[in-house]
Design a protein around this ligand. Structure first.
Ligand code: DX5
Ligand code: ZN
Length: 241
């Protein structure tokens, strides 16, 4: 099992990471999927942990994450979409995960929750719904390890991008630059082959790959990841890197 500090692939060097969204995998044959992802160079897995209250869905639970922890060395990226953040932070910290994002819209004591996450040696991020302004992170920016920009309304795979969120990724990059803060920007929701170049050009560093890319029905996991790398290059060229 990777230790939180040593194996987390989140960096600030602007290298793009792909984080496959486990809720979009073949949940009846998950180990087969994980092995194929690992062979394609994946070292970060995204888990959407929902409670059917903050969002009206509950695709995967703690037991699945705990069992998978024993099966792979990939770093675990937990996206909490829950009302009771403190309960879930403790639960995933006990399992051994590397990064956790809490929603600004649900974390009442956001600063304290981020500090609890980091107290466990876990990277802490804030997730923002499409309609939530960037100002929600202004006064916790000094303790953040990453920002998660939702590009769909959270809760379900297979949705269409909320168009304004592309501008929001650029605005987030500018917001960080203005404050001389170098943090990775994670993007989640309809991170498709078509949208990836625009997202990367706008400043996205961590791409959550769900049904519209890594698990797209048109190809195998390996073929899809290869295609993602190609479209990332297109985005990086537009970004001028
Ligand atoms: C949505 C989830 C995403 C989802 C993305 O609430 O946070 O991780 O799996 O999948 P697609 O690519 O289908 O939008
Ligand atoms: Zn997610």
């Amino acid at each position: 099992m990777p230790t939180p500090e040593s194996q987390c692939p989140i960096t600030t060097d602007k290298k793009i990471s792909i984080a496959p969204s486990v809720m979009c995998a073949d949940l009846c044959n998950l180990e087969t999927d994980i092995r194929e992802l690992e062979k394609s160079g994946i070292n970060l897995l995204h888990f959407d942990l929902m409670d059917a209250h903050f969002v009206p869905n509950m695709p995967i639970g703690l037991a699945l994450i705990e069992q998978l922890r024993q099966k792979t060395d990939c770093a675990f990226d937990i996206h909490l979409m829950v009302q009771n953040n403190d309960f879930f932070v403790e639960a995933v910290a006990n399992i051994g995960v590397q990064q956790v994002a809490v929603h600004a819209e649900s974390a009442i004591h956001l600063d304290r929750t981020l500090s609890v996450i980091q107290g466990h040696g876990i990277k802490a991020g804030v997730a923002l719904n499409p309609a939530t302004p960037l100002s929600a992170i202004a006064y916790v920016i000094d303790r953040l390890d990453f920002v998660l920009i939702m590009t769909v309304n959270p809760g379900f795979a297979g949705q269409k991008l909320v168009p304004a969120t592309l501008q929001k990724i650029s605005d987030c990059q500018a917001f960080l630059n203005e404050r001389s803060v170098n943090l990775p920007i994670e993007v989640d929701g309809n991170v498709s082959f078509e949208n990836i170049p625009k997202m990367v050009a706008a400043g996205a560093d961590i791409l959550v790959g769900g049904s519209s890319s890594v698990f797209h029905k048109s190809g195998s996991r390996a073929e899809n990841i290869q295609q993602i790398h190609q479209v990332i290059s297109v985005g990086l060229a537009k970004r001028g890197v």
